[in-house]
Design a protein around this ligand. Structure first.
Ligand code: PHE
Length: 345
């Protein structure tokens, strides 16, 4: 009898119940009154009286075991059949369109600029947007009466009334990070510095009071103008394609000497002449030059030992050229019809 109980216990344990038919078969075999377990109860009267109590307990255990398994599986099957109803769906219904987010074109281009310069060994640095005049102008060799300091260009936050270098303003270019970097670290330095800049300009298709620049700085022994030309030439080809022509035009910045502006062939008209390039066939993409020795000395770098170049470019300008965008205001209007065009870019 005890062996029989164990055997049936085993059978109950391994019995597979995956549907209602199997559940019913299980019920008939092990739960109903005429089941094998029911028969065992009937046989209990033939068990010798002194064993009856123990065997009776074992039989009750087996009965509960089978009953519990039945209850559990019944509940499970019922629950899953309810689910089965709820996941039935109508394949003829039109789908709900899935809206994918897009990266802002300025983010796409900033990431690409960083990628190109990182491959040339530049790292990325950051600096504050709220600056003192010292970092934005004075340390960069701007004479005290330089017109760029005047209210029309610069958003001042606080005029101290004493030393102009202490005035607080919104940075007008990312060149402030050059200074901070040179103050913090001795050369060799090779870094680019993307960020927001602010200028007090009326908003139009060509000008905005908020835009983005990427500054670059390379300081080491024996860095020459050739290095500047090579670096930006490589950048222009990587960014705009290998057929892009690059030219360097003499220019002036207080913090570089000599200075050059960098032009590329107009991508909108392919150099033929259009209103974007003002019919010259060329468009400016960056300002650059050899870092003025005064600037190096202002930052505690020995200008007899070290030389370097710097450059600064507008991310909006690069993005407009790359994607043929003709109005700066599109970047800040958040019109999804514009932004959606950059899906997957
Ligand atoms: N800071 C300059 C500007 O905003 C660009 C520049 C950066 C020029 C570095 C030379 C070197 O116009």
């Amino acid at each position: 009898m005890q062996e029989k109980i164990q055997e049936i216990h085993q059978q109950v344990d391994v019995f597979v119940i995956e549907n209602k038919d199997q559940l019913e078969a299980f019920r008939i075999a092990y739960v109903g009154r005429k089941s094998v377990i029911g028969e065992l109860f009937d046989g209990l009267k033939n068990v010798p009286a002194e064993q009856r109590r123990e065997i009776g307990q074992q039989l009750n255990g087996l009965k509960d075991f089978a009953q519990n398994k039945f209850n559990e599986m019944q509940a499970l099957l019922e629950a899953s059949s309810e689910n089965a109803v709820s996941i039935e769906f109508d394949l003829t219904l039109p789908v709900i369109p899935q809206e994918n987010g897009t990266l802002h074109p300025l983010s796409v281009v900033r990431a690409r600029i960083i990628e190109i310069f990182e491959k040339m060994g530049f790292n990325v640095s950051d600096g504050p947007e709220i600056e003192t005049d010292f970092y934005n102008f004075t340390a960069l060799n701007f004479a005290e009466n330089h017109p760029a300091r005047e209210m029309q260009d610069t958003f001042f936050i606080e005029k101290k009334g004493g030393n102009v270098a202490d005035d607080v303003l919104l940075r007008t270019h990312t060149s402030n990070v050059q200074i901070r970097l040179m103050q913090q670290k001795q050369p060799p330095l090779r870094s680019i510095m993307p960020g927001r800049v602010y200028r007090n300009e009326a908003i139009s298709a060509r000008a905005h009071c908020l835009f983005h620049q990427v500054e670059g700085l390379y300081i080491d022994k024996n860095v020459g103008f050739k290095d500047l030309k090579d670096t930006l030439y490589h950048f222009a080809k990587e960014m705009f394609g290998k057929d892009t022509k690059v030219r360097y035009r003499p220019s002036y910045f207080p913090f570089t000497e000599p200075s050059a502006e960098i032009d590329i062939t107009c991508l909108i008209c392919k150099g033929v002449g259009c209103n974007v390039c003002k019919y010259t066939g060329w468009v400016e993409i960056a300002g650059s030059g050899m870092v003025d020795p005064n600037v190096l000395e202002n930052c505690g770098i020995d200008s007899k030992e070290y030389t370097g170049f710097a450059f600064g470019m507008g991310i909006e300008r690069i993005t407009m050229l790359k994607y043929g965008i003709k109005d700066l205001r599109l970047f800040t209007e958040n019109d999804v019809r514009f932004l959606r065009q950059f899906e997957g870019v």
